[in-house]
Design a binder for this molecule. Structure first.
Ligand SMILES: C[S@@+](CC[C@H](N)C(=O)[O-])C[C@H]1O[C@@H](n2cnc3c(N)ncnc32)[C@H](O)[C@@H]1O
Length: 295
């Protein structure tokens, strides 16, 4: 089956990076088996997976990665691992509602479908990418009835309105995942999004990633000019980043309390002492929770 070209190219990069990393560095055992299995299935459906099984292609992939953002695949593999761990932790804490924003070709929704503890799942993404994902999942014959896959353009729509349109006003606290998305929005849109979350998702855990503001650049350190041009050409330039030390205040101005920040390069130093591979630096994983402002 041929799918249209208007899908998020960066979403495809994340999925390919995961499989590249899993195949190329089997000694660094980061990938969860279900994540690998589902991601391979999606990539194969998009005719993007088979080449990654070939050593020569992975050699080219590795060169391309070095020339664009060195260590990005390693960073993505750690990012997925940490987010899955947070999901499992918060699921154990009885949060049984999962909302994924800007899901791309991420497979957490498919993992959650099989998790009895997660009762309701909603995944949203820009309409073109979501349309392709749903077509793929249906074509693969998967039972996705437990998950609501919806189109949402955060530049023009609010998450809460989307739920209200479905006549499903949100009452439950949820696990909300927004991985690798905020960098594509302006600060104004991010504020709108976070304030919307804080009003409608009280008691939730918001797991998200954000780019550093490194001397006025929102890119990974060492990003090549070619990579920046490519991001602009595919219509996904990086628009926002913030220094980790400023995140707490920024979130508080949007009625959210910062709970944790994880830097993947520090995570490698703490957890993979023996590993000498480079990990891309510049994006952090964070968890926040909405709070009610006292009058
Ligand atoms: C780098 S991909 C990340 C995909 C996925 N979260 C992951 O980490 O595997 C960025 C995602 O953000 C989505 N996105 C970007 N701008 C958006 C917007 N204005 N509204 C909704 N989704 C958006 C894209 O469609 C894409 O799926």
């Amino acid at each position: 089956m041929i799918y249209c070209n208007s899908v998020s190219k960066t979403a495809l990069v994340v999925a390919k990076n995961l499989i590249f990393f899993h195949r190329e560095y089997p000694q660094i055992d980061l990938s969860d088996p279900a994540t690998v299995q589902w991601t391979e299935l999606l990539l194969n459906e998009l005719n993007q997976g088979n080449l990654l099984n070939r050593k020569w292609y992975r050699g080219l992939f590795r060169i391309l990665e070095k020339l664009s953002i060195h260590g990005l695949a390693f960073h993505h593999a750690i990012r997925k691992k940490i987010i899955l761990e947070f999901y499992n932790q918060f699921t154990d804490d009885e949060l049984d509602n999962l909302i994924i924003v800007g899901g791309g070709f991420d497979v957490l929704s498919l993992i959650a479908i099989e998790n009895e503890k997660t009762k309701k799942i909603t995944e949203l993404d820009s309409p073109a990418t979501q349309f392709v994902k749903v077509s793929m999942l249906k074509n693969l014959g998967l039972d996705i009835s437990k998950c609501n896959y919806l189109g949402l353009d955060l530049n023009n729509e609010r998450l809460s309105h989307k739920f209200n349109e479905m006549n499903e006003p949100i009452k439950e606290a949820s696990i909300i995942v927004c991985e690798g998305v905020l960098m594509y929005l302006t600060e104004e849109k991010i504020r709108e999004f976070l304030i919307d979350l804080s009003f409608h998702f009280n008691g939730s855990k918001f797991i998200f990633t954000f780019m550093n503001n490194h001397e006025g650049s929102f890119h990974f350190e060492g990003t090549s000019v070619l990579a920046k041009i490519w991001l602009s050409l595919v219509g996904e330039p990086f628009l926002w980043g913030i220094k980790p030390i400023h995140l707490k205040l920024f979130l508080e101005s949007c009625n959210m309390r910062l709970l944790e920040i994880i830097d993947t390069s520090e995570w490698v130093n703490d957890n993979l002492v023996e590993v000498k591979e480079k990990v891309a630096v510049g994006e952090f994983i964070a968890v926040a929770t909405p709070f009610k402002k006292s009058c």
